[in-house]
Design a protein around this ligand. Structure first.
Ligand SMILES: *[C@@H]1O[C@H](CO)[C@@H](O)[C@H](O)[C@H]1NC(C)=O
Length: 564
């Protein structure tokens, strides 16, 4: 398929292939079936081939099959019958079912997607009609195809035991659309460039400025006061100090660098979070530079490739943190870290795959693709993780903390209910969620309703804003926690940032019920399954970002205070 990599050029009368892709309910965009799962007939050209080009396509359920229509470059075809359907009772029922569920189908000409409606019911829903005439209008610019329009005509009533003739025609028109711009008509600027988009960015941006200002002001002032108080206490003699009221975060200096509970899981989560962060960053940058939407499945393929390539990041941060916390079973940690995200994604995909197979949906992942994904996990992700882990353990695995850790843990004093870690965790996610939820609407809509998402610049801004807000919020949370002389800050900072994901998942419920018209077991489990994966990944990423920021902050404040 050399066209793909060369110029998409055609010579006159060269064959142009119309690929049939999928058919499915209009409201359930992910519930797709092979086009020929409906009893459509195939054109006269008899070679039916079938191919999956890339991993991304196979995973997204692209099922290209040759239509059998005879189309040649710049050759007009008048209305021609290409095949006839012998409509028996079973076939009629299949079509009626499809029409009742508003089925539509998708085709491709030269990588340009085309959509059409299967049929129509009359007002009282008794008679059902099939569109039988596909009128194709293809625009060409020089020797390349730049535009395709489909008009469905020829409404035929579905009556059992009749023959229905399917026909097509092709018209060629000169077009001024540049080849590079041929995907522009699929983009929806009125949806994305909406004022609300700028408004949301502006809003979040003001929030960031406000928050950063607030955090730095509070912390600078309080910390300066704290330091002044602590150094005054230095000068008092022992007698005075016993009577003096020492309190606040300095009191926990002997515990603050105590390893977190469950260090293995914790460091694996942090490592995975750092990896997700770098994957998001790189994929967004690639998407900003290249128009990934012009090629089927290329976004997913890119993401998988970048994920595999950034595995050393996971190993490095996970492994070094585990070593710093004094963990010994580093091989086990590495396995957990490496397979945490793949296992979560594959587990969900596996579960949904069962339903897809049951439904005979084209989303069912082919066996060969599963094997390919497993191979990537074991032969690419794992070794790269190992490299990262070894580097991390050797380069930054030393626990060079500014304070020694006491042998005996200090008891955690009683505190007000709103200082409990659980409460802090719940509240922590609100602001980060607030800074992204409008963008979430655009991302959800483009993913679940097939608008092509192309404003990756916005997405980048939102990612940066999200990270800044998350770090600020977790630092404030941690400061309050330590001031209440509770030293369990590691999990608290991670979870208070990660709770953003809980709000995002709750938002996805709202989105499902009020913004979409999805129905049925398959689409519902697909939606909630992958939303859970998305939210969890987002949560782990926010958690890791929050923890990294907070850990720098904690190290900083304890470095600057004198501890006897
Ligand atoms: C397809 O339809 C659009 C909008 O109606 C029109 O501007 C364009 O010229 C059509 N293209 C062809 C090839 O007919």
């Amino acid at each position: 398929n050399s066209k793909k990599f060369m110029c998409f050029c055609y010579t006159d009368k060269e064959e142009v292939v119309l690929w049939m892709n999928t058919v499915g309910p209009y409201h359930n965009r992910q519930e797709t079936y092979k086009y020929f799962s409906l009893p459509f007939c195939v054109g006269t050209k008899k070679t039916i081939s079938h191919y999956h080009e890339t991993l991304g396509e196979a995973l997204q359920g692209v099922e290209l099959e040759f239509s059998g229509l005879d189309i040649k470059f710049k050759e007009e075809v008048m209305q021609t019958t290409y095949c006839e359907i012998d409509l028996d009772k079973a076939k009629r029922d299949a079509f009626v079912y499809a029409i009742k569920n508003h089925y539509w189908y998708q085709m491709y000409i030269d990588d340009l997607p085309i959509w059409g409606i299967v049929g129509e019911a009359d007002e009282n829903g008794e008679d059902h009609y099939l569109w039988t005439y596909k009128k194709l209008e293809i625009g060409f610019n020089g020797n390349r195809i730049v535009d395709v329009n489909l008009t469905s005509e020829g409404k035929v009533k579905l009556v059992p035991n009749t023959r229905i003739a399917m026909s097509y025609s092709v018209k060629w028109k000169k077009s001024d659309v540049k080849f590079e711009d041929r995907f522009d008509k699929y983009l929806d600027p009125s949806f994305f460039q909406h004022r609300i988009h700028w408004f949301s960015i502006f809003n979040s941006f003001m929030m960031v400025i406000f928050l950063v200002g607030l955090v730095s002001m509070i912390l600078m002032r309080t910390l300066r006061k704290d330091y002044a108080r602590y150094s005054k206490e230095e000068e008092m003699d022992d007698m005075d100090r016993d009577l003096g009221d020492e309190y606040g975060w300095k009191q926990v200096h002997g515990d603050v660098f105590r390893p977190s509970s469950h260090p293995m899981i914790f460091s694996s989560l942090i490592g995975s979070g750092c990896q997700i962060f770098s994957v998001s960053l790189i994929v967004i940058i690639v998407a900003m530079i290249e128009d990934l939407y012009t090629e089927r499945g290329s976004m997913l393929s890119t993401a998988i490739f970048v994920y595999a390539a950034t595995s050393p990041v996971n190993g490095y941060f996970g492994g070094s943190l585990y070593a710093k916390q004094g963990g010994r079973r580093w091989i086990k940690q590495m396995f957990i870290g490496a397979f945490l995200i793949p296992a979560m994604v594959c587990g969900t995909a596996f579960f949904i795959n069962f339903i897809a197979i049951y439904y005979h949906a084209s989303r069912a992942i082919p066996f060969g693709t599963m094997v390919a994904v497993c191979c990537i996990c074991f032969f690419v992700i794992l070794p790269l993780n190992l490299v990262g882990t070894i580097l991390g353990r050797n380069l930054s695995g030393q626990p060079n903390f500014p304070c020694r850790v006491n042998a005996v843990p200090r008891p955690i004093p009683e505190k007000k209910w709103f200082m409990e870690p659980a409460v802090i965790v719940c509240l922590g996610g609100i602001l980060p969620f607030g800074s992204i939820f409008i963008e979430m609407y655009f991302i959800f809509t483009s993913f679940w309703a097939y608008k092509i998402y192309y404003v990756y610049g916005f997405m980048m801004l939102v990612l940066v804003i999200l990270c800044i807000v998350t770090v600020c919020v977790t630092i404030v949370c941690t400061y309050f926690l330590l001031n209440a002389e509770d030293y369990r800050w590691q999990w608290t900072s991670f979870l208070s940032a990660a709770s953003t994901a809980v709000y995002v998942y709750m938002y996805s419920f709202y989105y499902y019920f009020f913004k979409t018209k999805m129905y049925g077991l398959f689409q519902t489990s697909f939606y909630f399954g992958y939303m859970a994966v998305f939210s969890t990944a987002l949560g782990i990423m926010c958690g890791a970002v929050g923890y990294m920021g907070t850990s720098a902050f904690v190290r900083k404040i304890y470095t600057n205070v004198k501890i006897d």
